[in-house]
Write a protein that binds this ligand. Structure first.
Ligand code: 13P
Length: 246
């Protein structure tokens, strides 16, 4: 089964628009049940998006600590769980870049979120184009997964390979090299913790036009979609493609 995750980032600007988008995604998800569809809206819309979905799953774009406490502005794992969130994106390059998140901080969040039973979508990716990004990406993974072992509900780990240069540029990675990086990631996780079956998604300028070239490769288990997930008809076609290739 292929996974398609809508990362709305800091969009849209109104609840009305968020509900409309969620309704459309739910419609496509329910018509294409061989695809696993996740919506990750801004925190402020989670409860309202939840009302619109039954087939599509709810995701969060980030999380802070485990339980409550004196952490102004933070959303914790207990709150997400009690809101019906099943997936948590951690370590997105925009969190690393604009919010100063380090591998050490990301490692704490990944460990806590796995322990809490979430499906964790851990994002990694190289800034500049590289002929072989695997070493860079695997180094990031080693740091982000420090101390995590096969005992830690590792089957709930999903890795998203998102080369930063491909994000929001309309300039997606070459599907064959993305598939090679995905394979290297799987091998690396296997080496790190003896688990080879984790899902690896590709993200970076995915559209309805190029999705098939990525997910038709069996090393790529789905896509993490930014801009195109805000376009209801385009995202509908992305879900359909994932269903057909599932
Ligand atoms: P775009 O699909 O807009 O390139 O964004 C990718 C991304 O960052 C998803 O997390």
């Amino acid at each position: 089964m292929k996974t398609v995750i809508a990362n709305w980032k800091s969009n849209p600007n109104s609840l009305r628009e968020a509900a409309r988008l969620a309704k459309s995604i739910e419609k496509h998800a329910s018509l294409n049940r061989k695809a696993e569809v996740v919506i990750a809206p801004p925190f402020i819309y989670l409860s309202d998006v939840k009302k619109e979905v039954s087939t599509a799953k709810l995701g969060a774009q980030d999380v802070f600590g485990n339980e409550g406490g004196a952490y102004t502005g933070a959303i914790n794992l207990a709150q997400l769980k009690n809101t019906g969130v099943k997936y948590v994106i951690i370590g997105h390059s925009e969190r690393r870049r604009y919010f100063g998140e380090t591998d050490e901080f990301i490692n704490k969040k990944v460990t806590a979120a796995l322990a809490y039973g979430f499906k964790v979508v851990l994002c990694v990716g190289n800034k500049e184009k590289m002929s072989d990004p695997s070493n860079f990406v695997n180094k990031q993974l080693t740091a982000d997964l420090k101390g995590v072992s096969s005992k830690d509900k590792i089957r709930n780990l999903i890795v998203a390979y998102e080369p930063i240069w491909a994000i929001g540029t309309g300039n997606a990675d070459n599907p064959q090299s993305a598939a090679e990086v995905s394979l290297r990631i799987k091998e690396h996780i296997n080496k790190l913790m003896g688990v080879g079956k984790i899902k690896v998604l590709y993200g970076g300028s995915v559209t309805d036009k190029n999705i098939r070239s990525f997910i038709s490769r069996n090393k790529i288990d789905g896509v993490l979609v930014g801009g195109a997930s805000l376009n209801p008809s385009m995202f509908g076609r992305i879900i359909k493609a994932a269903n057909e290739l599932g």
